[in-house]
Design a protein around this ligand. Structure first.
Ligand code: HEM
Ligand SMILES: [Cu+2]
Length: 579
């Protein structure tokens, strides 16, 4: 048996090599988020019409780098850390092939750096989708391919760890729900990376001149096999963390384990098909295929998210009611630990992901009403509510839990940490709502100059409806607040790892830089049965459906959706005069 330690505060098991790998992956993710955040500020200030900070070339370069660093590097580094946590830590098992895991990590770092270098050299401003026939420098694609190979190795290490855990009987019964969610994320990741290889390898060969032509329609279909699925990795991962935080913060059990597991299965079965929503206006794929995907298959995927969105807060409600917070519909929620950023981050993420992300997603995924907002700033508003708040805020919240538990450091500035989720979520909500508003008025996404100065110089004049410019300024204000919230997260995280008081046994960041530890905190004896949060994470069973407050919230969501859905159809009728 290999070396591990048991966290004295949480009871969690940390295999020595898995622990270092979780740390370096999480830290690499945070560095990517830092880059993405600085660039986000520049983008926000450029699209704020009266500031219009960057020139056109810099804007598109910045946009490319922001998208990739935020959506690919930050998310996936952090997810690899989660995969190791969900396998090694939750199953109390040594990590399979730690050397392979380090190789994977090295490839991911080399890949991420290579692509970033290509972007900032200036000839690869193809944005994160890199649609052909736009062409980037060869090392732009090469970096992405290396990163993907590294991530794939990480997935296999995860799967290998599950096999070892089974063989060595490190857990009883079936795997915990959080691990099950991580398995879902991993299966989708393998599909995602395969689609990525199918499209990016030929594109790389095309960029060095070995392939003469790549069909741009085919490119988009296969690219979105990767691009859409990778969002589902994010969703499966952050939903798993939601369940984990419900267990950690409340000792909550899922309302029904079977239903939650079934919902994860729906992700695997139906989310991939829903990638059709990215090619709704493309010629070349048939209307009936599009309609089947976006009007039938998509709803099964949405159903899964709605189940999680209901059962996670529902399980919190059940746990709180057991503790005696039974007055009225919402005492359980009022008396929730709102000052604890681990809880508040996750809860805000659930609300914003569910209400804004969910509703706008269904609107955009409906073939007919999609036409009103296709390729507008609305799209950017949508995905900033799903991944930039839903996933990012969840991972931020989890980090606050991991600082003492994994890194064994006391968090610095706990008073500021309380405010961090509100600041980030508040700024993002302003950003998102006004992106949606501006998009509804027709303001395009990925557009450097909504004033169309070039067109005016050619005598063509175009103006957006009245409020559009104001809304774009408000997007900028939201961006400034959100970036501040993100900066505070990084300040607290990095500051705690460097300067936070060391907790016993003192693992700390130093270990990942090769400084030896006090060997005494690691042991190789068989672990004792878990206590504390670790036990809550391992436990099986269902808590039942007594959660009236959550059902009221769900009804509110339904009503908001229905009203907004019909407003959009009405709006479609008005912009599309047939008589
Ligand atoms: C401080 C927070 C953030 C702010 C203020 C921000 C702001 C922006 C802005 C202004 C754009 C430009 C849209 C356009 O003109 O078309 C953008 C694009 C984008 N953002 Fe963010 N963002 C933030 C965080 C994130 C996060 C956390 C993610 C992902 C996890 C993300 C993913 C993206 C993507 C994928 C794009 C599109 C890139 C492209 O079109 O190729 N953003 N963001
Ligand atoms: Cu999608």
């Amino acid at each position: 048996m290999s070396q591990y330690r048991i966290c004295p505060d949480s009871g969690l098991y940390f295999d020595k090599s898995a622990e270092s790998l979780m740390k370096v992956n999480a830290v690499a993710g945070a560095v990517a988020l830092l880059v993405a955040g600085v660039l986000a500020l520049l983008l926000g200030l450029t699209r704020w019409p009266s500031i219009h900070l960057l020139g056109a070339a810099d804007f598109y370069m910045t946009l490319t780098a922001h998208g990739l660093n935020a959506l690919i590097y930050w998310m996936i580094f952090f997810e690899i850390a989660i995969l190791y946590f969900a396998s090694s830590t939750l199953l109390k098992c040594r990590l399979a092939g730690p050397r392979w895991a380090w190789l994977g990590f090295a490839l991911m770092i080399i890949g991420a750096v290579t692509t970033n270098v290509a972007i900032f050299q200036g000839n690869s401003s193809v944005m994160m989708t890199s649609y052909v026939p736009m062409q980037a420098a060869p090392h732009f694609y090469l970096g992405l391919i290396l990163f993907a190979v590294g991530a794939l190795i990480g997935c296999f290490v995860f799967l290998g760890t599950l096999v070892i855990a089974k063989q060595e009987n490190t857990y009883v019964g079936s795997v915990p729900l959080v691990t099950f969610g991580a398995i879902t994320a991993c299966i989708i990741a393998v599909f995602t990376i395969a689609s990525g290889a199918i499209i990016l390898i030929p594109t790389f060969l095309w960029s060095i001149g070995l392939i003469g032509h790549i069909d741009s329609l085919m490119y988009r279909v296969i690219w979105w096999g990767m691009g859409h699925s990778s969002q589902q990795i994010n969703v499966a991962a952050h939903v798993s963390v939601w369940y984990a935080v419900a267990a950690i913060a409340f000792g909550a059990k899922p309302m029904s384990e079977k239903v939650s597991r079934g919902a994860f299965l729906l992700y695997i079965l139906f989310l991939q098909l829903a990638c059709a929503h990215h090619i709704l206006v493309d010629p070349g794929v048939s209307s009936s295929w599009k309609i089947f995907n976006t009007s039938y298959a998509m709803y099964l995927a949405v159903l899964a998210s709605m189940i999680h969105g209901l059962t996670v807060p529902g399980s919190m409600e059940v746990a709180q009611r057991k503790k005696g917070y039974t007055n009225g519909l919402f005492e359980w929620l009022r008396k929730a630990p709102w000052g604890n950023p681990v809880f508040s981050g996750v809860f805000l993420s659930i609300i914003i992901f569910g209400f804004i992300g969910g509703i706008t997603g269904v609107i955009m995924g409906t073939e007919q009403i999609n036409l009103i907002i296709h390729n507008t700033y609305y799209v950017t508003g949508h995905f900033h509510s799903t991944v930039a708040v839903g996933t990012t805020l969840t991972f931020m919240a989890l980090t606050f839990f991991l600082i003492p538990v994994l890194f064994r450091r006391q968090m610095i500035m706990p008073g500021l940490a309380k405010w961090q989720p509100y600041l980030f979520a508040g700024g993002m909500t302003i950003l998102i709502l006004f992106m949606l508003g501006a998009g509804t008025l027709g303001v395009p996404r990925r557009h450097w100059d909504m004033g169309f100065a070039d067109a005016a110089s050619m005598g063509i004049k175009f103006e957006f409806p009245g409020m559009a410019e104001t809304m774009m300024a408000l997007v900028g204000i939201g961006a400034v607040i959100a970036v501040l919230g993100g900066a505070i997260y990084l300040l607290i995280t990095v500051g705690s790892l460097l300067f936070g008081k060391k907790l016993e046994p003192s693992a700390g960041l130093l270990q990942s830089f090769g400084v030896p530890l006090a060997a005494s905190c690691y042991t190789s004896e068989r672990p004792e049965p878990a206590k504390g949060p670790a036990a809550d994470l391992e436990e099986h069973g269902s808590a039942g459906f007594e959660a009236p407050g959550t059902f009221v919230l769900a009804m509110l969501l339904l009503v908001s959706f229905v009203v907004y859905y019909f407003i959009n159809w009405k709006y479609l009728a008005s912009v599309w005069p047939l008589s």
